[in-house]
Write a protein that binds this ligand. Structure first.
Ligand code: NAD
Length: 384
């Protein structure tokens, strides 16, 4: 079948198998080209099929030769419907890893459920014994509890409405948007979905089954960003969930059984999750322009390769005062933020092409789904 992108709102409903495979291969090649620290050897990645989780998995496998077990929540192809990009990424990763003699298995199902936790733990016990690194990289819109209750996360402010500029990527226009405050129930639901409760449950289940090393490390990802995004992000409903994630890290470490939990504050990048946040895509497209011009831009793989090779290794973690790993160091550098602020205050539909890297933003967005890869002939039939 010939596969073309079909955009619906913030997502693309099709994915290209060959494009996804080529992009996974280029991330692998990037990691192979970098220098490597003494790293983790048996790695569980929860949320392993896209974005930061996929990049963490590729880094562990190709920096350290680690065995990786990935938890994904993806759809296989069905008739003329393509699989999800995460499904293709995972199939491609497993194929490359196996060809390179690396252990790689994946479990496709809801990471929040006890059934998937049990299945993963069985595989660890049978195949790996124990894991020494657990990456928690879920970005989910909802969580279904054991009793069937469904919590949905929202991307809203807390307290006051917030008005600022946003971009409509359908027609590349800049306009003002007002984001309304979340209700108390919505905030609590967002914390249930994106906070640390499920992360703690994973660590508890792994410990109870003796499937995690005594001195293992676990890391989850967060974002802080500049003030213009704070009402939407750091101080918004998602920020409340990230605060809970940080408290969970402290609780896991303070349990004093040797397992250390960290929050890595990562850079803002185009992923399926960030594309859905109002205001943030406009900020990201300005940030891309500035960071590319200053020669400090990184994608997910650059971030994760630097994280696990320089800031979070088997015996070392570089943290700031509240004990977070700052992978957003280059994004938050004064010269980057000053340049972003100057462009932000002046940006409009008319000067969008000179003030923002829209092309880079769109290119990354299409690539999430395996499109815009120069080596792929998109007019050719592919096996879904
Ligand atoms: P993403 O959308 O690219 O990936 C999310 C992953 O979670 C996918 O592999 C998806 O399949 C998986 N997933 C979702 N629901 C699941 C479920 N129920 N069970 C199993 N797997 C499930 O997201 P991302 O941007 O890489 O985000 C990962 C983490 O990084 C999040 O905590 C996010 O807040 C954080 N982060 C993102 C950015 C950014 O700009 N994108 C910046 C800093 C931190």
């Amino acid at each position: 079948m010939i596969v073309k992108p079909k955009i619906r709102g913030f997502i693309c409903t099709t994915a290209h198998p060959e494009g996804c495979k080529a992009l996974v291969k280029s991330e692998i090649d990037y990691v192979k080209s970098q220098s490597h620290a003494e790293g983790f050897k048996k790695v569980l990645v929860i949320g392993a099929s896209m974005g930061y989780g996929l990049a963490s998995r590729i880094t562990a496998a190709y920096s350290f030769g680690a065995a990786t077990l990935g938890v994904i929540f993806d759809k296989p192809a069905n008739g003329s419907r393509t699989a999800s990009a995460g499904w293709y990424n995972t199939a491609a990763f497993e194929e490359f890893a196996k060809a390179d003699g690396l252990y790689a298995k994946s479990v496709n199902g809801d990471a929040y459920s006890q059934g998937i936790k049990d299945k993963v733990i069985d595989i660890i016990k049978n195949d790996l014994g124990k894991v020494d690194l657990v990456v928690y990289s879920l970005a989910a819109p909802r969580r279904t509890m054991a009793d069937g209750t469904v919590y949905s996360s929202v991307l809203k402010t807390v307290g006051e409405p917030y008005t600022n500029k946003t971009i409509d990527l359908k027609n590349n226009t800049v306009s003002d948007i007002t984001v309304e405050p979340a209700t108390e129930d919505e905030i609590q639901a967002t914390v249930k979905v994106m906070g640390g409760e499920d992360w703690a449950e994973w660590i508890k289940a792994l410990k109870a089954a003796d499937a995690i090393e005594d001195n293992a490390v676990t890391v989850a990802y967060s974002y802080i960003g500049p003030e213009i995004t704070h009402p939407m992000y750091a101080d918004g409903s998602i920020g409340k969930a990230k605060d809970h994630l940080f408290e969970t890290a402290k609780a896991i470490t303070n349990a004093d059984d040797g397992i250390k939990a960290y929050i890595s504050v990562n850079k803002a990048l185009v992923t399926q999750s960030s594309a859905a946040i109002p205001i943030v895509p406009l900020y990201i497209s300005i940030l891309y322009k500035v960071m590319k011009e200053q020669g400090v831009h990184e994608g997910c793989i650059g971030q994760m390769c630097r994280l696990f090779n320089t800031k979070l290794t088997r015996n070392y973690a570089e943290t700031d005062e509240p004990c977070r790993i700052r992978m957003d160091d280059r994004e938050m550098a004064d010269n980057v933020q000053t340049a972003v602020n100057t462009l932000w205050s002046d940006i409009s539909t008319e000067n969008l092409p000179t003030h923002a890297d829209l092309e880079g933003y769109n290119d990354d967005f299409y690539k999430l789904f395996g499109f815009n890869v120069p080596s792929i002939d998109y007019e050719k039939d592919v096996d879904l």
